[in-house]
Ligand binder design. Structure first.
Ligand SMILES: Cc1cc2nc3c(=O)[nH]c(=O)nc-3n(C[C@H](O)[C@H](O)[C@H](O)COP(=O)(O)OP(=O)(O)OC[C@H]3O[C@@H](n4cnc5c(N)ncnc54)[C@H](O)[C@@H]3O)c2cc1C
Ligand code: SF4
Ligand code: SF4
Length: 414
């Protein structure tokens, strides 16, 4: 039988039975033990029922119960892992904006980590222009690991997984970050499985701090990976104490880009990897005419369930046109079939960071607010003075959107 996560010292146990009541899993029982103590009973724990919650440790007034540190089957030589890596997604030689945002956060993490950790970018592709690696150095990368191979000419998850996994095994980074884009989401989790570590998806906060490893009691510099959980009702901070690297994805626009410095110096290391052959052949690329990138816009005019029907979005489109912006919406409007999901802002939609977010008839549910934390100015129109959107709005207008919206359009048209 496996060892129990708690140890009950028979020399200290007084047979009072308080731990039996304290255990919510029925894992402790009393057994007859004449002469062991005045009560003639001892507490024993059933290892197969114990959930390692630790409640009995607190319940015992005689300090007879202690937690047993379990053997941890993690990555070997966790201490030998160094450096903070950012996967620099690119298309046609142009590096995705999210890579620069992650490098800006990487600079902070490097400073928090100390100990000579370097900030590195991983650039994969074929016939990559020099401008790509230079832009990564300018954005803060001390080192760019560049893999330029014909197998990487078009994105294919299998080949990307192979390339990044090989680099991780060879160079042992402590932290690896990627954008939670269509590409990042599709291959990064598979890299984590391949190198046998964890991955926290869609982080909204990241920091490195000295933290006790609860399994070993050793103090470590760990990556605190914070993301919304339970439908956005709580923020969960997840750590990966026993496995390396510590991997996380972050959505575009969650972090802000840092100013780039073309004078910054960095090393470009060209990696010649033996890669698996791609399994697919790209015949042609077709742009979806309905695809809209709301995250790329500086002004968003957003509508919610308060607009009542699809037809009423016409006014929002007119306002967006007059302001030189784009129309976005809450999930309620996508669920109602009024708007495509590409326009949805929020936890299960897009994270946006416009200069102006002007919203009509949106209540401000936590899952919606999660997507607009980076907006510079939020203006909200809602008939309910207690709507949560007013808690984050820089300017709130309590009123009927069917009066305010046409009046605004009319005034701008003049
Ligand atoms: C796991 C999960 C993920 C989710 N992800 C997202 C997400 O990514 N994005 C998202 O938006 N939601 C998301 N949601 C849904 C979210 O919880 C809310 O249900 C949704 O945001 C509500 O949309 P709404 O504000 O448009 O509608 P409502 O909450 O119904 O609000 C409508 C508002 O319109 C106002 N109003 C009505 N009539 C008028 C009028 N004439 N003039 C002015 N104001 C008026 C009302 O006072 C009300 O405040 C998610 C939920 C879950 C559980
Ligand atoms: S650790 Fe929790 S589950 Fe295990 S015996 Fe103690 S109280 Fe019960
Ligand atoms: S609470 Fe402590 S002293 Fe009392 S029975 Fe449990 S282990 Fe023994």
């Amino acid at each position: 039988m496996a060892d129990a996560p708690v140890f009950i010292d028979p020399k200290l146990c007084k047979g009072c039975g308080k731990c039996v009541k304290g255990c919510g899993f029925g894992a402790i029982s009393m057994v007859e033990a004449k002469g062991a103590n005045k009560a003639g009973k001892l507490a024993v724990v059933d290892a197969s029922a114990c959930k390692a919650c630790g409640a009995c440790v607190k319940a015992c007034p005689f300090k007879a119960i202690s937690e047993v540190r379990q053997k941890v089957y993690g990555t070997e030589n966790v201490e030998s892992y160094r450096d903070i890596w950012v996967f620099a997604e690119q298309s046609g030689g142009t590096v995705a904006e999210v890579a620069y945002e992650l490098l800006a956060k990487g600079l902070e993490l490097k400073a928090q980590r100390g100990g000579g950790a370097r900030l590195c970018a991983v650039l994969l592709g074929s016939s990559l222009p020099e401008t790509a690696e230079k832009s990564l150095v300018a954005a803060g990368a001390d080192v760019v690991y560049k893999v330029d191979a014909p197998e990487l000419a078009e994105y294919e998850a299998n080949v990307y997984v192979d390339a990044v996994s090989q680099l991780i095994v060879k160079h042992k980074p402590e932290v690896v970050l990627a954008g939670a884009t269509a590409v990042g989401r599709a291959f990064f989790a598979r890299v984590a499985v391949k190198v046998r570590t964890g991955l926290t998806a869609d982080c909204t906060m990241l920091k490195v701090a000295e933290t006790e490893n609860k399994d070993t009691g050793v103090m470590q510099m760990l990556l605190h990976q914070t993301r919304p959980a339970f439908g956005g009702n709580i923020m969960a901070t997840i750590m990966t104490p026993n496995h390396r690297p510590q991997m996380a994805t972050v959505r575009p626009k969650v972090f802000k880009k840092a100013p780039s410095d073309p004078k910054r110096k960095g090393q470009v290391l060209v990696e010649a990897l033996k890669l698996i052959a791609p399994q697919t052949k790209l015949v042609r690329k077709v742009k979806d005419p309905a695809a809209i990138d709301i995250a790329a816009h500086d002004i968003l005019v957003s509508g919610g369930r308060g607009l009542k029907k699809e037809e009423n979005f016409k006014l929002l489109f007119r306002l967006a046109e007059l302001l030189g912006g784009e129309v976005s919406c809450s999930r309620a409007c996508v669920d109602a079939g009024w708007c495509p999901v590409s326009r949805q802002v929020g936890q299960t939609g897009k994270t946006v960071a416009p200069r102006l977010y002007l919203c009509f008839g949106i209540s401000g549910a936590i899952q919606h607010l999660e997507g607009i934390r980076g907006a510079d100015t939020i203006i909200a129109v809602n008939s309910d003075p207690n709507a949560p959107i007013f808690g984050v709005a820089d300017l709130g207008i309590v009123g009927d959107l069917f009066e305010i919206l046409p009046a605004l359009v009319k005034a701008l048209e003049k």
